[in-house]
Structure formats: C-alpha cells, structure tokens
Design a protein around this ligand. Structure first.
Ligand code: MN
Length: 457
C-alpha cells in the first residue's frame, strides 16, 4: 500500500467506526485494524476521517454583468481543499449562441491547468432552441448529466422550449436543476422599485420575496412531473418552497432540495448593517424564523444537500451596482462550509455528524452520478478524505482564507473543528493549512446518469 491513515475514526453517512484506512493507487483498498506496513503512514488518532465534501453548486470563475470574478480555478479549488471540499460541480454558463458542448469545453479550459481537486460541470441553458435540445443526449453521453434552468429573467419567453428540454433530459436519464424564483414577480417588483428610486440593500430582500420562491418551486416541480424528469431545486431559502418540496416528495415524486450556508447562518437583518450589500444573494437572506426551518428540513430529510453557490467577488465588485435587479449576488463559502456546519450544526445538535456527511458528501455524490467513487469512505472509493480535528479552534479571517476574494461573509466568526489534512485521490493536498497540491492535478469528472445510479433518496 502507498499510504495508511492510522488510528482515526471513520465517519460515513451510515456509520461511525474506528479503523485504519489503507490507500493504493489513489483509492481506498483496506479498512481494518493493524494494517500495513505501507510506504507512508500518518497518525490520525483523535481525528475524524470524513469523506471529502462534494460541493455541487459553485461559480468559481465567472463573468456577470460585465464583471469578472477575482476567483479562478486555482484559488477557488485551493480554498475548497483547505475547507475539506474535495470535489466540486461548477455551473458552465453559455455565452450567446454557445452550444452546451462548447460551453463545457470553455469551462474545462478555465479549470484544466488550475484545479487542485476533481470537478465536473452542470450546463445551464438560457435558450432552449431545437439545436440545444438535440445536443442533450451527446452532452449526457459525455458524462455531464445535469442541466440548469433559471426560472427568472427570460424564462417566460422560452417556456415551451424549456418543457421540451426537460423532457429530453428525462428521456436520456439526466437531472434538471431549477433556480426557483418567479420571473414575473421579480420583474414587476424590480420595475416598481426602480421607478420609485428604491435602490440599495435595504430593498433587496423585498424585491425577491418568499412568495416568488414558493410559487416557482411549486410550478417547477409540476413542470418536471409533466415532463417526466427528476428535478433538483437549488439553494432553497424558506418555508414556502420547502412545503412544495415536502409535499411532492410525500407523494412520491422524484424531486430534491438543496440549501446554502448563508441561509442557515444569517437572517435578513444582516443586510440592514452598513456592509449589508455584501450579503445579497439570489434568493436573498430571509427572516430569522426561516433559519430554524431550514435546519429542521436538513435534519428531517426534506432537504438532501448543502452546497455553497460559491462566488468569488471582491469587496469593490460587490458594491458596484445599486438597483435591486442589478445588485451583485453571491459570496464565498467553499472554505467555511464544512467547519461552520460542524460548529453550528453538529455541536449545537441540529444535525448528527453522520447527517452532516450525508448532506455535504454522500447525497450530492449520489444525486449527481459520482457515488460510490466520491462521497463516502469505502473500499474501492477514491481516497478523497478529510482528517478533521474536532477540537481545533479558529477565528475566520478573510486574510487567512484562500479565496481570492478580499472579504469573507463570516469574518470574525469563531468555529470549533477544522480540517487538519485533506487528501484527494490519496494525495495529501493540504496539511495543516499548507497547500501541497500542484495546479492542474484536479481531473474533469464524467458522471453517471441519474437513472443509472440513484437508489431512491
Ligand atoms: Mn448559483
């Protein structure tokens, strides 16, 4: 064997047990006691061995409203690895006229020489024309098996095309990811607020109300049902959409829900502070009572995943726009997602450690065709492992974080529990905050179809 992690406590979605972990050729080959010897051994006693998190919602290197994010696939994946994320699935967003396959090529070119962990892509579709719909089987056959639809912006003008697209994805075994905010509510409110001169962070949350998320969730679930495609609702933030989700799941529909760290850790009061505009997201932060509803949804199984929606915008970029429909959305989260879930979730008894592993690693890997290669600690799986120190204490400071963004939404937060070692395919890529990975070592993942892999979740 190449490497043994000796004396740790392995945590999976289903079990917690003490075992040595034997690694060869980048994969886990043995689990047991007294393994070895191996070429290299690392003592991990008193540490948890978690499967590396699989963050299935990122925008690592993105241009939006004429601004280029300060993050790229090197800084973004280094931040991920430092925080215990060993796989990400980024959204490949097409330019005008760009086909899905061209879009994936363009995104692969951004990541190829920079990424330090493995990555895949979901392709967004803004214009579901016949050529795009015809290409979907080739995109899926190429290993990119999930597609994103934003139910906002120009969604209404293309509704027929989106239905045909959803049906095509379903026929070929894929999964559709839905951004659920209702286009017509958002457009009406933005127009009204702009006309009334209601600019800035103070009006942002009101311009994208919970009702708009609720009706889009209900409609998106219904559309997916009619089109016969499994659906995954991204970054849910409130009880209105969770009710639709719980309802549909209770009736046996194949539909899933994700939430995002900022909705678990902040209420909309954060946007009323002086730097509130930094906390703008789509959807916006919600009332404080919604935070507990989301924690409960995660614990009870209404929600299946947590993902960051990571965006690496600078402080200055976030302050560029003032109109409610132009305010730049998004914030960094890759490095802090797992430690914050541990501190705020596990230590506060809102989630078990096993459930934390399930929602950050196992479920996302299952839903997006990466399981059991990613998302668990098992014989045959890639050795993507985080040796997590549950006693480590840290104060989150932007200057210590590895994102290229010059601010962090959790600045000053005290956390307990931080990764000591991160392994990607058996290679130690981070050791006590020292980054050992070379740029470009991360590989593009070809993912299985939803229809081939998912045991009912
Ligand atoms: Mn997003």
């Amino acid at each position: 064997m190449d490497l043994i992690l000796r004396g740790g406590t392995v945590v999976t979605a289903g079990d917690t047990f003490d075992a040595d972990v034997g690694i060869e050729g980048g994969r886990i080959v043995r689990l047991g006691f007294g393994l070895g010897p191996a070429a290299r051994e690392i003592d991990v006693s008193d540490l948890y061995l978690l499967p590396g998190a699989v963050d299935v919602h990122t925008h690592v290197d993105v241009e939006f409203q004429g601004l280029q994010s300060v993050e790229d696939f090197h800084s973004g994946t280094v931040a991920a690895a430092c925080g215990g994320v060993t796989t990400l699935i980024d959204y490949a967003l097409p330019g005008p006229g760009q086909t899905p396959l061209e879009t994936i090529q363009a995104w692969h070119a951004k990541a190829r020489d920079k990424a330090v962990i493995d990555y895949g892509f979901h392709v967004a579709v803004f214009e579901p024309d016949d050529a795009t719909i015809q290409q979907i089987p080739d995109v899926i056959a190429d290993g990119h098996t999930s597609f994103k639809i934003f139910m906002m912006g120009t969604f209404e003008q293309n509704i027929g095309g989106f239905m045909r697209m959803m049906a095509q994805v379903g026929r070929h075994g894929g999964l559709v990811n839905l951004h659920v905010e209702d286009a017509c509510c958002l457009e009406y409110l933005a127009r009204r607020f702009n006309a009334d001169g209601k600019y800035g962070a103070a009006y942002f949350a009101e311009s994208r109300p919970r009702a708009a998320e609720g009706i889009a969730a209900m409609r998106g679930i219904g559309m997916a049902q009619v089109a016969e495609v499994p659906a995954y609702l991204v970054h849910l933030s409130c009880e209105e959409s969770l009710e639709s989700l719980a309802n549909a799941r209770g009736r046996g529909h194949t539909v899933y829900g994700e939430t995002r760290p900022c909705y678990l850790h902040f209420s909309r009061a954060r946007m009323e502070e002086e730097d509130g505009i930094l906390y703008a997201g789509w959807p916006p932060l919600r009332e404080a009572d919604q935070m507990e509803i989301l924690w409960q949804g995660l614990e009870s199984g209404v929600l299946q995943t947590v993902a960051t929606d990571h965006d690496g915008w600078s402080f200055q970029q976030k302050k560029t726009f003032d109109k409610v429909d132009e305010i730049l959305a998004g914030m960094a989260g890759l490095e802090t997602m797992v430690p914050l879930l541990y501190s705020q979730g596990v230590l506060k008894r809102r989630l078990s450690l096993n459930r934390m592993v399930e929602v950050t690693a196992t479920n996302p890997a299952r839903l997006f065709g990466l399981y059991p290669r990613k998302g668990t600690i098992a014989i045959g799986a890639d050795a993507d492992i985080v040796a997590f120190d549950p006693e480590a204490r840290k104060t989150i400071r932007a200057e210590d974080m590895h994102s290229a963004a010059d601010w962090d939404p959790f600045e000053g937060w005290e956390v307990q529990g931080w990764p000591r070692l991160t392994l990607s395919r058996g290679e130690v890529v981070v050791d006590r905050g020292r980054v050992l990975a070379s740029p470009g070592r991360g590989r593009l993942l070809r993912r299985a179809r939803f229809s081939e892999t998912v045991a009912r979740l």
